[in-house]
Design a protein around this ligand. Structure first.
Ligand SMILES: Nc1ncnc2c1ncn2[C@@H]1O[C@H](COP(=O)(O)OP(=O)(O)O)[C@@H](O)[C@H]1O
Ligand SMILES: [Mg+2]
Length: 261
């Protein structure tokens, strides 16, 4: 059974950075194979990982609903088998990990039967991996619609502001209202300014807020100019140097969980 890690938080907080570096860390540590799920239609986990995706689950859903509404849907095999086959075709296979992009969420008037079947095939697919890492979009649409079965670890990424942390707190509250069961929730604060020794330093009022709200902090990631530079040049973040502060911080945050997942 795969361990499912979902990365959530407001847009631009660093979810894709955390997801990409975590996926690489799991693979390098021999903890693969990993299924990477890009559940954010507005960003590209594939580029961050140094690969590219041609087809998304959303494309399959739209293609299927068009065929159904025009009466042209006659796959010759059962619908669930057909959709499973198509999901496998959309899966981008790489060294140590496979990547599946969810694409656009379904609009109104969706062919929901297809959606349910797609979800079930993703659930089945997940079982053949050791880890599933889901890079979520800003809302929790995919989690609330159960893109996958239960989540073992939810990492909420926040910027180092009270407003950001308050959103992170709301997200962790909201989780309890979802159908998805979440094993553990941890906070990661990103883009934290560095002190004189180069290590990221959380300001006392942020530390206090985290303590007051009983948010469980897994780690802090410093502001790292190389991250911005790589992104601006379109270079995969997984190619960041081994000793890059952002990479070390993501690895440290995961290590701090110490066998939790
Ligand atoms: N620690 C960091 N240091 C510098 N820039 C960062 C850092 N984390 C993220 N960024 C930049 O912030 C932007 C948003 O990051 P991203 O991971 O795409 O966020 P999200 O997936 O949450 O939208 C990107 O341009 C990225 O380069
Ligand atoms: Mg993103």
């Amino acid at each position: 059974m795969a361990t499912v890690i979902a990365v959530a938080g407001k847009g631009g907080t660093g979810k894709t950075l955390v997801s990409a570096l975590l996926i690489q860390y799991l693979i390098d540590g021999g903890r693969g194979p990993v299924l990477a799920i890009d559940a954010d239609p507005s960003t590209n986990l594939d580029l961050t990982l140094g690969t590219s995706v041609d087809e998304t689950v959303g494309d399959i859903r739209e293609e299927t609903s068009q065929q159904v509404s025009s009466g042209a849907f006659a796959p010759g095999i059962s619908k669930p088998d057909y959709l499973e086959l198509r999901v496998n075709q959309a899966l981008m296979e790489n060294d140590g990990y496979d990547l599946l992009a969810m694409g656009r969420p379904e609009g109104p008037g969706c062919y929901c039967a297809a959606n349910n079947m797609l979800r079930q095939s993703i659930d089945r697919l997940s079982k053949s991996y050791k880890y599933v890492v889901i890079d979520n979009e800003a809302g929790l649409e995919h989690l609330s619609r159960r893109t996958t079965e239960n989540v073992d670890l939810l990492l909420i990424v926040s910027d180092p502001t009270i407003r950001g942390l308050a959103t992170a707190e709301r997200v962790s509250q909201l989780i309890h209202e979802l159908k998805t069961q979440v094993g553990h929730i941890r906070l990661i604060v990103n883009r934290v300014p560095r002190g004189q020794d180069g290590e990221p330093v959380l300001l006392p009022h942020l530390e206090q807020f985290i303590e007051d709200k009983q948010l469980r902090l897994a780690g802090v990631i410093p502001m790292d100019p190389l991250v911005a530079q790589y992104d601006s040049e379109g270079r995969p973040l997984v190619q960041l140097p081994q000793d890059s502060p952002a990479r070390r911080a993501v690895e440290g945050a995961f290590d701090s969980l110490d066998g939790l997942v």
